[in-house]
Design a protein around this ligand. Sequence first.
Ligand SMILES: NC(=O)C1=CN([C@@H]2O[C@H](COP(=O)(O)OP(=O)(O)OC[C@H]3O[C@@H](n4cnc5c(N)ncnc54)[C@H](OP(=O)(O)O)[C@@H]3O)[C@@H](O)[C@H]2O)C=CC1
Ligand SMILES: CCCCCCCCCCCCCCCC(=O)[C@@H](N)CO
Length: 333
Amino acid sequence: MLLLLAAACVVAVVLLLYMVSPLISPKPLKLPGAHVVVTGGSSGIGKCVAIECYKQGAFITLIARNESKLLQTKKEIEKYSVNDKQVVLCISVDVSKDYGHVENVLKQAQEKLGPVDMLINCAGTSVTGKFEDLEISCFERLMAVNYLGSVYSSHAVIPTMKERRMGRIVFVSSQAGQLGLFGYTAYSPTKFALRGLAEALQMEVKPYNIYVTVAYPPDTDTPGFAEEIKTKPLETKLISEATSVCQAEQVARIIVKDAIQGNFNSFMGSDGYMLSILTSGMSPVTTITEGLQQVVCMGIFRIIGLFYLGSFDSIVRRCMIQREKSESTDKTK
Ligand SMILES: NC(=O)C1=CN([C@@H]2O[C@H](COP(=O)(O)OP(=O)(O)OC[C@H]3O[C@@H](n4cnc5c(N)ncnc54)[C@H](OP(=O)(O)O)[C@@H]3O)[C@@H](O)[C@H]2O)C=CC1
Ligand SMILES: CCCCCCCCCCCCCCCC(=O)[C@@H](N)CO
């Protein structure tokens, strides 16, 4: 009886998804000649995203603070030109400080290279540490850069996208924006916040043919990651070993592909796949197969997830015992 009910449910879901499928599959964005803005485009994942779009014929605006890093990256990107009209524009601005300023520079970029077809919000930074060891200013700064920086840039380009009834907005979250882990009390909430923003915004702009993508990269080999690792607690390091470190080029390729297709979810690797199914919640689906996979796999992935959580808890406990031991031997010395 129960089995029959389950089967009926699955059939109903399939039918429903097929009914709404014309509404949920966007037309791919054409990159040749398109204007792509990449915040955080002078380093790491953002730089590789810019290169990937440039290789496919896009015009690029790079946004970051440090001017010399921007110019150096511009030169690097220009090596990959596919036609002699392509332009790489650099804008030095702090996306987290003054909304008026961000709005202004994006207006200037649109005057030079035309309306923005795709915005990739990649500017971001991380700080790890135990909750009580992190200064309050860290929480404020990370929220300002990672979350508000994405709000400001997106807010400045959405009106024109709505007028043109086309566009793509990408938010670069993190696997740490899908689950909370030891050491990420300041960072994770900023990445979870992007998901909430993306869901609400997607519902608003879908009728205008604008598609929102949230990317959840795992640890990725970038200058930012090299900086982060210097102060990572042992617990965070050990837990992060559950996934391997990705190459920025590979992460960028997947983000660009998903953004062009208008996929809401962008993940990397098998653990990324499991996490995205597990945390799909009430997020929009872009293909029928995606919805189906969520329905079918959610339960089994939860079981696998519980094993991961158990192993993370035991890492944290072991580290605590180890620490207490070494502290007490220190005292007896
Ligand atoms: N590397 C990783 O392991 C992962 C990274 N991510 C996320 O991906 C994004 C990129 O990370 P990654 O490539 O490692 O970072 P990097 O530190 O290598 O690059 C960060 C970029 O953002 C710019 N930036 C930083 N702060 C600001 C600001 N306030 N205003 C404007 N630009 C700014 C930097 O330039 P400048 O300093 O000159 O301003 C730089 O171009 C981040 O959002 C990060 O959280 C997600 C998952 C994993
Ligand atoms: C059922 C499936 C379970 C899968 C468990 C996966 C375990 C996740 C470990 C995540 C490591 C945190 C990555 C943060 C990356 C990041 O954003 C920073 N490096 C930024 O600099």
